[in-house]
Write a protein that binds this ligand. Structure first.
Ligand code: SF4
Length: 516
């Protein structure tokens, strides 16, 4: 047996406006990519023992894990920076430079490097993985065990034709206490049939919905429950477009799993009452729906024509009827939005009364069709990728300044989460629910938390509760300069989808409009 190899799988955090690494005492949302990559990692590879560590930086409030990079023994540590989005890319580069400086082999993967051209950063000793982990991770591990990574992996194919996902090894009890509740993320399916121009999902996972086997999902759920997980976050984008959704829900009921779970659905769930009933029976406690706007023309312009605002009321009604919390996602700052539009949107939303609402500022996310359009039109004003996180204006809007749109964002949170709405939630979520007291307290606590965040002007959905300051960009910037010869990564061009993906999408290019 060869000497052991250490494998450190890290979800990088991001830098805040003040330059701190974003860290929380308790996380609100689990990271799903790290457990997937960890679960695809064997404990032994051709006689080499693997010593595996999983890190979600958002909830690591001490820096002890950095010692895993420092103790690299002449190329026997592999650091995988997983699930990196554009606003986390600088943090990933800094961790990569730090680990590489200490003798680690390093690979960066995730949405940013899958969809954006990073060739100007390649060839500096850091590897880049441009596809779903399932396609390249075994090769990366093998190369690392042999002592040498390739500069780039997965440039010819972004995603698997058939999803061969692993059964998830659940988080340890020590990891679970880092979150507000013991929770875990799970992807029963990937991909989305729609073509919203601001969204990167179809560039990352394709337009054909691919699902893993029910057996795999059920085995992951059983393992999670046995490990003490109490809440499952199904991170698949449109649970109601997942062909085996009903079969999975029935299996969960038959096995009496009694695990509460969160799902994301598109607005067409309004016409799927039998599915809503099954979701409720299987333990769904919250449904997140991409409403985005009440203006039909705005939705059409954003290529989200599948959304018909006159059906939104049915979603709230169905969720109320079946005891599921409805959670609407709202985007402010679409190109045609004015201040009056935002106020009217808020009024309509308050009148509709979903249980929860999240608000985001329209952001041209690198790799998306909208980003390409805005870049070509010279509209993008923000140069720092850290800011492309949907909490601030990054482009020249015809009607809003950055400051004004930011004020409106927090006004929306404050006004939607009024005391009367909070009390209504207590009534709806608590009194009608079996776990009355816990649900009432939880619901009230969440409303207070959101109002507090709005008052502090921090985004409530940024990932956790109680920020902890430990380190910041100033501690790493010289490393970034040394390793990559820059302080800010240039705004990238989007990468074209490889031909294999276009075939897999049934020959439909992600830029084709439905019905055209
Ligand atoms: S429906 Fe949702 S996941 Fe699908 S493209 Fe639109 S925003 Fe993205």
């Amino acid at each position: 047996m060869g000497s052991p190899m250490r494998v450190v799988i890290v979800k990088p955090s991001k830098y805040t406006v003040g330059g701190d690494v974003e860290r929380f005492r308790w996380g609100l949302m689990p990271n799903s990519t790290v457990p997937y990559v960890r679960s695809m990692t064997p404990s032994e590879l051709d006689g080499t023992q693997l010593d595996i560590h999983s890190i979600d930086e958002y909830v690591h409030t001490d820096l002890n894990y950095m010692s895993l990079f420092r103790q690299a023994r002449s190329g026997r540590t592999l650091v995988a920076l997983a699930g990196v989005q554009s606003h986390q890319f600088h943090r990933a580069l800094d961790l990569a430079a730090y680990a590489h400086n200490h003798g680690c082999m390093v690979v960066i993967g995730g949405p940013h490097v899958m969809t954006c051209d990073t060739s100007m950063l390649q060839g500096n000793g850091i590897s880049f993985a441009l596809s779903e982990a399932e396609l390249v991770w075994p090769q990366i591990l093998q190369d690392a065990a042999d002592g040498q990574l390739q500069p780039v992996y997965g440039q010819d194919q972004r995603w698997q034709e058939e999803l061969q996902a692993p059964v998830i090894i659940p988080p340890t009890r020590r990891d679970l206490v880092c979150y507000f509740e013991p929770l875990m993320g799970l992807y029963p399916a990937r991909g989305c049939p729609f073509i919203c121009n601001f969204c990167s999902v179809i560039k990352i996972a394709g337009r054909r919905v691919r699902s893993q086997s029910i057996d795999t999902t059920m085995a992951s759920l059983r393992a999670a429950k046995a490990a003490g997980v109490r809440l499952i976050i199904f991170t698949s984008d449109n649970f109601n477009k997942y062909p085996e959704a009903e079969t999975l829900l029935e299996a969960m009921v038959d096995e009496q799993l009694n695990l509460e779970f969160f799902v994301q659905c598109d607005t067409q769930i309004a016409k799927q009452e039998p599915l809503v009933a099954k979701l409720a029976k299987a333990g769904c406690y919250q449904m997140f729906v991409g409403a985005e706007s009440f203006n039909r023309q705005t939705l059409i312009d954003a290529k989200k024509r599948q959304n018909c605002p006159d059906t939104y009321r049915d979603i709230v009604r169905l969720c109320n009827e079946y005891g599921i919390g409805s959670h609407f996602s709202n985007i402010i700052g679409f190109p045609g939005d004015t201040e009056l539009e935002v106020h009217e949107h808020l009024e309509t939303l308050r009148e509709l009364g979903p249980t929860w609402s999240s608000f985001y500022i329209l952001c041209p996310i690198p790799g998306t069709e909208q980003y390409d359009d805005f870049l070509a039109d010279g509209l993008i004003t923000e140069k720092n990728l850290d800011r492309f996180d949907t909490t601030c204006l990054t482009w020249r809007h015809p009607h809003f300044s950055r400051v004004r749109l930011s004020e409106l964002l927090y006004d929306c949170y404050r006004q939607f989460n009024s005391w009367s709405h909070a009390l209504q939630n207590v009534k709806d979520r608590g009194l009608r629910h079996k776990k009355k007291l816990a649900k009432s307290v939880g619901s009230l606590g969440m409303s207070m938390f959101i109002r507090y965040c709005a008052w502090r002007r921090t985004h409530p959905m940024s990932g956790g509760v109680m920020r902890v300051r430990r380190d910041g960009v100033k501690d790493y910037i010289s490393l970034r300069r040394q390793a990559f010869g820059l302080e800010l990564a240039p705004l990238p061009q989007s990468l074209p989808v490889p031909p294999a993906e276009s075939r897999q999408n049934g020959g439909i290019s992600p830029t084709t409009r439905p019905g055209e």
